[in-house]
Ligand binder design. Structure first.
Ligand SMILES: Nc1ncnc2c1ncn2[C@@H]1O[C@H](COP(=O)(O)OP(=O)(O)O)[C@@H](O)[C@H]1O
Ligand SMILES: [Mg+2]
Length: 440
């Protein structure tokens, strides 16, 4: 066993987040932590890593174990390039290589006993170097960077200039290359394209250590994990098996809970009817009987109504003006950055009511297309024609449109001053944001 969490509890103010959470992770085991937003998944990781203290409970690591942690949000700064940043993980191997080169050089000028001595440290050093994959560390670094979706042109970019998602990928690369016995990953797939997710699946599956991962991508989890820890309503439940097994078990439990609840409700209703009837007779004897049934009813352990799956959003996207049938026409669109050509002759049309998805690997120009349509950057050629009465709503990848100092409520109201408080609250509620709104 590499990690055990025992009865961990944590509240923020008066709000309980985790209540007696217990689970353990075996050698090389791959475990998922799942739960809706705000369930306390990131909080649990921070407690495991000692960045937050729990109110009670213990985190126990196997002795001498190395733990790698990818936080959900991070900031890398400094002058280093992507390649240098990731290569820095291999500092010990690089230093060994330098020592070996120096020794080789020095050995040319000595003889006898001294040479013997140097030769034996040389043998020891090269052996250790080999064990640490020293002869292949550069290709290992390049393999991971490419796996995470960086191209060779990216390698020389300065880390400080990268987007949040790219920084996360750099941090993930460093972590994977540092080869710890236990890896904790907080939503690593959020910033990866499909190819990189597939690469990460294989990497983690074959990883020679234990992995605990928070993710919402069920296909990814299904490939990687053999145990699921679910956080729900402050409680943790451990399910052995992959994600499909978890989902099936969960559905079964839910059905049972609903059945029990409905049966109990039926029984309560029946008792209440009998009681009302008995009381209506208005005789001493029948009132006594009614009272005794009432007592029983009061003592009954009432089941909570099973929560409907509250991760389901209820959003109706209703444009407030109906546009013409032609919504967007793009013809011969061209865009290059330096000598990197993203697209040369891009044509497409969107008609009223259509829902369109743009897919492609990282760096192929998906966001660029949206930015051109939204007039944030200019195309090199071609035309973008909006239809009559078309208004664009744009949700960008990096949330540049958000002011981090405003509350969620103000953010919406300042953007749409004509919405009254109730409308704003309704919009937020449909995105399941009401509770957060009250907190901020
Ligand atoms: N430092 C903090 N102070 C107060 N509340 C916090 C803090 N960190 C997280 N929370 C609250 O605790 C809850 C769980 O948060 P988090 O662990 O980030 O959830 P998850 O990662 O499952 O989405 C949320 O309601 C969040 O707003
Ligand atoms: Mg989180």
């Amino acid at each position: 066993m590499v990690l055990a969490c025992q009865n961990i509890s944590k509240s923020f103010g008066t709000t309980p987040i985790l209540n007696n959470v217990s689970f353990h992770v075996n050698d090389r085991e791959k475990v998922a932590i799942v739960g809706i937003n705000g369930a306390g998944k990131s909080t649990l990781f921070k407690i495991i890593m000692g960045q937050l203290t729990s109110d009670s409970g213990d985190v126990i690591f196997q002795k001498g174990i190395r733990v790698g942690y990818l936080a959900q949000h991070q900031d890398l700064s400094g002058e280093r390039t992507i390649y240098e940043e990731v290569l820095s993980i291999k500092e010990d191997v690089i230093r060994m290589e330098e020592n070996i080169r120096t020794l080789e050089h020095e050995m040319k000028n000595v003889t006898g006993e001294e040479l013997e001595r140097m030769l034996s440290s040389y043998t020891r050093l090269t052996h250790e170097f080999e064990l640490k994959n020293g002869y292949a560390y550069k290709s290992e670094v390049i393999g991971v960077l490419k796996g995470l979706g960086f191209t060779e042109e990216d390698f020389d970019k300065q880390v400080a200039s990268l987007s949040g998602g790219q920084k996360t990928r750099v941090a993930l690369g460093k972590l994977l290359l540092s080869n710890p016995e236990l890896i904790l990953l907080d939503e690593p797939t959020n910033h990866l394209d499909m190819e990189s997710i597939a690469w990460l699946e294989t990497f983690l599956l074959n990883y020679n250590g234990a992995v605990v991962v928070i993710a919402h991508d069920r296909y990814f989890l299904n490939k990687v994990v053999s145990k699921v820890v679910e956080l729900d309503n402050t409680k943790a439940t451990v399910f052995e098996g992959n994600y499909t097994a978890y989902a099936a078990k969960k559905e079964q439990m839910r059905e049972t809970m609903i059945r029990h609840y409905l049966n109990q409700q039926k029984e309560i209703k029946h008792q209440e009817e009998v009681i009302a009837k008995l009381r209506s007779f208005n005789r001493e004897k029948s009132i006594k009987r009614a009272e005794s049934r009432e007592k029983m009813l009061d003592k009954m352990d009432r089941l909570d109504k099973p929560t409907t799956v509250n991760a389901e959003m209820h959003i109706a996207l209703e444009p407030n003006i109906t546009s013409g049938n032609d919504v967007l026409t793009v013809k011969g669109l061209k865009k290059s950055f330096g000598n990197l050509t993203l697209f040369n002759d891009l044509d497409f049309e969107i008609k009223r009511g259509e829902k369109v998805s743009i897919i492609g690997s990282n760096g192929t120009g998906k966001t660029t297309i949206l930015k051109i349509i939204n007039n944030i950057i200019a195309a090199d050629g071609g035309e973008v024609k909006l239809g009559a009465k078309v208004h664009i709503g744009y949700y960008d990848q990096e949330h540049h449109v958000l002011d981090m100092n405003k509350t969620i409520f103000d953010e919406i109201q300042d953007e749409y001053p004509y919405l009254d408080n109730t409308k704003v609250r309704n919009v937020l509620a449909s995105f399941l944001l009401l509770e957060m709104m009250c907190l901020s």
